[in-house]
Write a protein that binds this ligand. Structure first.
Ligand code: PLP
Length: 459
């Protein structure tokens, strides 16, 4: 059946006009939907149509039925989680990638997918001042990147595990502030949550290297084999940065794989003033940074780097006849470096984004967000009704009302009921805190000012 390209032209013109208006002013929508779980499902038929429907009708339902159930991550007053941006170059590249629909499972299946991914990740590696020995590939999420790090660590510490399953009592270490994706990686790698040691963090929520040393030594004495340490460079709750070099000193004594989770804050490594956060990366084994967080690349795009690609190949390569490709030494077939076979053309959007903004504009945007967060933190610190709940080195600020936890909880709930602001919450050393994260391309000082005014009004 031939494509109805005339219908496409009409619908695509309308859709691109819709996208343009959306990017121009996403704030005309509520940032978070006003609905209850199940509301959208109740509005849609339980079974699909027997006969196809015209695109115009589907588009009308998109506006009427689907949009009211969307949380607008592109909204400039989205301050929850870590914000992200569907930027102009990112959206265009996603449209093109969807049209070509390449599956870059190996080199020959679409050389552009393998090679552009290498080029774009090479640029990003340089801009982050990472060691030149880092080999990159793109996964969908940081969770999957970190899962691959833990699986490589398992291979590193227990080379028989590929054939026999885990043969040693392996242990993994992270701080007590690390993201839940580490727990999931440990589950997925078959190591087991009981063998994940959550090392105590200090008063600024950074891993304590001495506590790590003690835990590793105790484990070795008890017959365990330490296999992986995960260093957070920008934790999710407070964006604290573990002391990488001191952790490496401890980890190297046990020859374990060191993975850096800089999913969000790695973007700040584009700024020379933040070079300290990844100092020592040339001694680590792998690192994740998500361009889909703070580098204005649409979901999903997680950059996974390792200095030991051969360990990933050892862990994952399986080549049946139907997947054989060339034997040229320059060929990179990314199916050999991970679990998945199929691969989306994610490198295209990263390449578009890096070229469109260039290093300087990216630096300006990131610096701007950090400055806005610092200003917001200053307002919090100067108001006697509030206190900062943690240091704020990047663009996220945790704070609470001094009047108590219930008041802070009520404040977060009230803010999110406005439909104009969307903020988050966390618990820090047992104490509840509100959390505001700045990171969308469209967010301005006026948005942050309005956020603070609303917070103080509701307080
Ligand atoms: N690591 C950190 C520090 C994060 O903040 C997050 C998510 O916010 C993740 C990992 C998981 O990211 P993803 O959703 O890409 O799996």
């Amino acid at each position: 059946m031939k494509h109805d390209v005339e219908a496409f032209r009409r619908a695509a013109a309308e859709a691109s006009e819709w996208i343009a208006r959306y990017l121009e002013d996403p704030a005309r929508f509520r940032v978070n939907p006003d609905m209850r779980p199940g509301d959208l499902m109740d509005r849609l038929p339980a079974s699909g149509p027997e006969q196809g429907e015209p695109l115009a009708r589907i588009q009308a339902d998109f506006e009427e039925v689907i949009l009211p159930a969307v949380t607008h991550w592109n909204h400039p007053r989205f301050f929850n989680y870590f914000a992200c941006t569907a930027s102009v170059p990112g959206v265009i590249a996603e449209m093109l990638a969807a049209s070509m629909n390449t599956n870059g499972l190996n080199w020959i299946a679409s050389p552009a997918v393998s090679e552009l991914e290498q080029v774009a990740l090479g640029w990003l590696r340089e801009w982050m001042s990472l060691d030149a020995g880092y080999f990159g590939q793109i996964f969908d999420t940081a969770s999957i990147s970190t899962m691959h790090a833990v699986m490589a660590a398992r291979e590193w510490a227990d080379p028989d595990s590929r054939l026999d399953g885990i043969t040693k009592k392996l242990t993994v270490y992270s701080s007590d502030q690390a993201h839940s994706s580490i727990d999931k990686a440990v589950i997925a790698a078959g190591i087991g949550l009981r063998n994940l040691r959550k090392i105590a963090s200090d008063e600024a929520f950074r891993m304590r290297p001495e506590a790590l040393r003690e835990a590793m030594e105790a484990d070795v004495a008890a017959g365990y084999t330490p296999c992986c340490v995960i260093v957070s460079a920008g934790t999710t709750s407070t964006t604290s940065v573990d002391p990488l070099e001191a952790v490496l000193d401890v980890a190297e004594a046990h020859n374990v794989w060191v993975h850096i989770d800089s999913a969000y804050a790695g973007a700040a490594a584009l700024l020379p003033e933040f070079a300290w956060m990844l100092r020592g990366n040339e001694r680590a084994h792998s690192l994740v940074v998500n361009p889909h967080k703070w580098l204005f690349t649409p979901m999903d795009c997680s950059a996974f780097y390792t200095r030991f690609p051969d360990v990933l190949r050892r862990t994952f390569t399986i080549t049946p006849e139907y997947l054989k490709t060339t034997s040229d030494p320059r060929e990179v077939s990314l199916m050999d470096y991970g679990v998945a076979l199929g691969r989306r053309f994610r490198g295209l959007k990263l390449w578009y984004v890096l070229r469109y903004f260039g290093r300087e504009t990216l630096q300006e945007l990131i610096r701007g967000h950090i400055a806005m967060a610092a200003e917001f933190a200053g307002w919090v610190a100067a108001d006697a009704r509030f206190e900062l709940a943690a240091p704020a080195p990047f663009s996220a600020v945790c704070f609470r009302l001094t009047a108590g936890e219930e008041r802070t909880r009520a404040l977060v709930a009230a803010m999110n009921q406005t439909g104009r602001f969307f903020i988050s919450q966390t618990v820090l050393k047992g104490r509840y805190a509100a959390r505001v994260a700045i990171g969308n391309q469209a967010t301005t000082r006026e948005d942050v000012r309005a956020l603070w005014e609303e917070i103080t009004r509701l307080a």
